[in-house]
Design a binder for this molecule. Structure first.
Ligand code: PAF
Length: 276
């Protein structure tokens, strides 16, 4: 069933809770792919009732062209979701934001680096919509993909700040057969760019075999990316997997991951990999 009003959403979710059933929420911006479907299937397996939201959230786009070009494929999304979700919340922008949002979050250090530094206002915009969804649906569990690893750290802060009771369930990245991390933005790549983009993951994979510390791995990734003429590196950072702060040596953190953002033409792709 498709719900388009906030009032309808909250009423249904309250009813489900009152019946003693568990709720799983999968927030999305639509243009669904196998990555989203893996979240939705997991939500289906772990909850009595599943809500999927489909909303291209204008306040998290710091780049207007990206917002305009973001694919909108509601009819197909509804077909793909099929029986996996009980309710699809697909509101208009006016329904979600009858007046411009005023929430100002301070997510602290996890939000100030990488995507937070590269895309001013982005995480606040994510917090605005996800915080509202949490309040409206009050889900027992909420599902997010690890391609946006930093976003998950920010959402954990959102849960803490907003006293939400939902459990955040991180789900592994789903990849194309060529290794490219699935993303709605991949639809904007030409077939040639799509093949080239696979090198992002291949380079990250090779970097896990480098015998050396953080500087050697960083140098390897940066030089390999520079060898591909179609790529413009935005950043490659190696960071603590919990605080998201840059590390200069493996000795600085228990868990270390690499986070990369690469432009192919105007399309911005992100990926990550775990080193330890
Ligand atoms: O990851 C996304 O697709 C979006 O940032 C989210 C969590 C649906 C909020 O708009």
């Amino acid at each position: 069933m498709i719900i388009s009003t906030v009032e309808g959403l909250t009423k249904i979710a309250q009813g489900v809770r009152a019946d003693g059933k568990t709720i799983g929420l999968v927030p999305t911006m639509g243009a669904l792919h196998e990555g989203h479907l893996s979240l939705i299937r997991r939500a289906r397996a772990e909850n009595d009732v599943v809500f999927v939201s489909i909303f291209v959230n204008p306040v998290q786009f710091n780049n207007k062209e990206d917002l305009v070009k973001y694919p909108r494929t509601l009819e197909n999304d509804v077909k793909l979701i099929g029986e996996y979700a009980d309710f699809i919340f697909a509101p208009t922008v006016e329904e979600v934001f009858p007046t411009p949002p005023t929430e100002e979050y301070d997510f602290g250090q996890v939000a100030n680096v990488m995507e937070g530094a590269a895309r001013p206002g982005h995480f606040n915009g994510v917090g605005v919509i996800v915080g509202r969804l949490f309040s409206w649906v009050n889900p027992h569990k909420s599902y997010f993909g690890e391609k946006d690893y930093q976003q998950i750290a920010v959402i954990r802060e959102l849960v803490r700040i907003g006293n939400h009771s939902t459990e955040i369930v991180p789900c592994p990245i789903v990849r194309e057969p060529n290794g490219l991390a699935m993303s709605s933005r991949n639809r904007r790549l030409t077939p040639e760019e799509f093949e080239t983009a696979a090198q992002i993951h291949q380079i990250l994979l090779k970097s896990t075999e480098i015998k050396g510390d953080v500087p050697e791995i960083k140098a390897f990734v940066e030089s390999e990316i520079a060898k591909v003429p179609a790529f413009t590196l935005d950043y490659f950072e190696m960071a603590d997997d919990t605080t998201l702060q840059t590390v200069h040596s493996f000795s600085e953190a228990k868990g270390v991951m690499g986070f990369i953002t690469v432009y192919i033409g105007a399309v911005r792709l992100i990926d990550n990999i775990r080193y330890r």
